[in-house]
Ligand binder design. Structure first.
Ligand code: PRP
Ligand code: URA
Length: 206
């Protein structure tokens, strides 16, 4: 499956704000939420709709209503930055949480929390802004599949080539939606040029 990089000028603008080391946590959270709106809209262009009849003030017309179950699963902590956007756009969405944290030395993620809604039959969007080594995303998607998810999309803010390759190898049928494909990982497995530690910048825990 593919890699889709959002080319909207506003996405580029918001991503630049996220990258900027001088952006405050408050502005960082706001830009992340707005950028998530754009990414989630891109990731859901093929949502199923059904025909319904609606009465306008002037006449009756047949138009469309959403007709597909949707679940979003943010990967804690950083994925929470994308949740509010999903809730605003899709008020009926079912929400799950997967808690993963990378070990600072090994960059291997360990799981500390998991609470999921029923996933079979729902489009499941896995939300994690940083796709670095891809270890966290691959692990999260493995958990989603083990819980019956049969249509999954990955939504990230920045992806590294290494993370994309790893995720595509582990879960080739899962498309990846992102705002940027960055250059590479550094020796600490941070994305370059990236934006630093997303969770720390989001919550001011630097
Ligand atoms: C960050 C990020 C991803 C992960 C990506 O989380 O939010 O979950 O790293 O790295 P990977 O692709 O190499 O697995 P982190 O473990 O720092 O936890 P946090 O969100 O709680 O800060
Ligand atoms: N997690 C982050 O928050 N930033 C990176 O660059 C890599 C993983």
């Amino acid at each position: 499956m593919g890699l889709f990089v959002c080319e909207h000028p506003l996405a580029r603008h918001l991503l630049t704000q996220l990258r900027d080391v001088n952006t405050s946590p408050e502005r960082f959270r706001n830009s992340a939420r707005l950028l998530s709106d754009l990414l989630l809209l891109e990731a859901t262009t093929d949502l199923r709709i059904r025909d319904i009849e609606v009465q306008t003030p002037l006449e009756t017309v047949r138009d469309a209503a959403l007709d597909q179950g949707l679940a979003v699963v943010p990967v804690l902590r950083a994925g929470l930055s994308m949740l509010e956007s999903a809730l605003q756009l899709f008020p009926d969405v079912a929400v799950g949480y997967i808690g993963l944290e990378r070990n600072e030395n090994t960059a291997i993620a360990h799981s500390y929390y998991c609470k999921l809604p029923k996933l079979p039959g729902r489009l499941t969007l896995c939300l994690d802004p940083m796709l670095a080594t891809g270890g966290s995303a691959a692990q999260a998607i493995h958990v989603l599949k083990a819980n019956g998810a049969d249509q999954i999309k990955m939504v990230s803010v920045i992806a590294a080539p290494e993370g994309v390759a790893r995720l595509q190898e582990a879960h080739p049928e899962v498309p990846i939606f992102t705002a940027a494909l960055d250059r590479e990982l550094n020796d600490k497995k941070y994305i370059m040029p990236g934006l630093g530690d997303f969770g720390d910048r989001l919550y001011g825990t630097l």
